[in-house]
Design a protein around this ligand. Structure first.
Ligand code: FMN
Length: 280
């Protein structure tokens, strides 16, 4: 399977930020052995400057398979990544996809810096983070396509555009990013929800802001994948609530070409190896 010039030995990725091996926040880190069967590793979203993220707590489980989080893109910043992650692909034995985000205006500069640093074989544009101001770029076809076009103009690396389930017309967004030069669409990010505890108080440090991931997101993600897969010719990454072989099959049936796992793999670190065996 290829995404532009990126060759994937296996059509299986991790969800940015939630399955990690380099994050400063160890809660989301898995040992290298747990991710070794991926086709490529997607980094935590990088921003221009280091970010501490929102107030903690960052995440809570609302049932056994569903999480609400509002991390707020805590990351070391692009300069630290360019310094520290040059050996990451060799360490993991797979290509690395750099996720970039934060302010949409920063995306071309981030793309340029990471392209010249040379450690990533592809970029994923996080156009869909519900936990930072202005994060839901992918809810709007014109804004999403402008973001992809601006990055396309400065790099030849393959571009994954990460969409949001919080969108009435995802097919339109997907067609717009494909026309602007995206090589794949990742479907998708967490679903923005009201992060209220059972007693009505804010659940997380970010107050009532949060995004839902895991099994509670799965049917929402399937709809996103199905509508987008009908609309575009480029590969579609199915991401949202995959917790086993049955959910993986539903994603493939909905039209995903590549699968990605986040919450499911953190809750069950053997999941990636099991899915890899099926996707062999
Ligand atoms: C704790 C946490 C941190 C996340 N951080 C990022 C991030 O930095 N960038 C990004 O694009 N998505 C991020 N996501 C979203 C995941 O990559 C994924 O899109 C989402 O969790 C849905 O997949 P899942 O249901 O398999 O977890 C994060 C999700 C969680 C739960």
């Amino acid at each position: 399977m290829h995404v532009g010039a990126l060759a994937l030995d296996r059509p299986l990725l991790n969800g940015s930020g939630v399955v990690d091996v380099v994050s400063a926040d160890e809660d989301w880190n898995l040992p290298d052995e747990a991710v070794i069967k991926l086709g490529a590793f997607v980094t935590k979203t990088l921003t221009r400057d280091a970010r501490a993220g929102n107030e903690e707590p960052w995440a809570e489980a609302i049932d056994s398979g569903t999480l609400i989080n509002a991390v707020g893109l805590a990351n070391p910043g692009v300069d630290a990544a360019n310094r520290d992650w040059t050996g990451l692909a060799a360490r993991l034995g797979m290509p690395v996809i750099a996720s970039i985000g934060g302010s949409v205006d920063d995306l071309p500069e981030l793309a340029r810096l990471i392209t010249s640093a040379g450690w990533a074989e592809a970029l994923e544009l996080n156009l869909s983070c519900p936990n930072v101001d202005g994060g839901l770029v992918a809810a709007d076809p014109a804004a999403a396509s402008a973001a992809v076009a601006a990055v396309r103009a400065v790099t030849e690396l393959p571009i994954f555009a990460k969409l949001t389930p919080a969108c009435a017309a995802p097919a339109q967004v997907a067609r717009a990013v494909e026309a602007a030069g995206a090589d794949a669409v990742t479907c998708g990010n967490t679903m923005p929800i009201r992060a209220a505890a059972p007693d009505g108080s804010p659940l997380l440090g970010a107050g009532f802001h949060g995004g839902m991931s895991g099994v509670g997101l799965h049917l929402i993600a399937l709809r996103l994948v199905a509508e987008v897969a009908e609309a575009v010719a480029i590969p579609v990454v199915g991401l949202g609530g995959i917790d086993g072989e049955a959910a993986a099959q539903r994603m493939l049936d909905a039209g995903a070409d590549i699968l990605a796992v986040g919450t499911g793999a953190v809750l069950d670190p053997g999941l990636i190896a099991r899915l890899a065996a099926v996707l062999q």
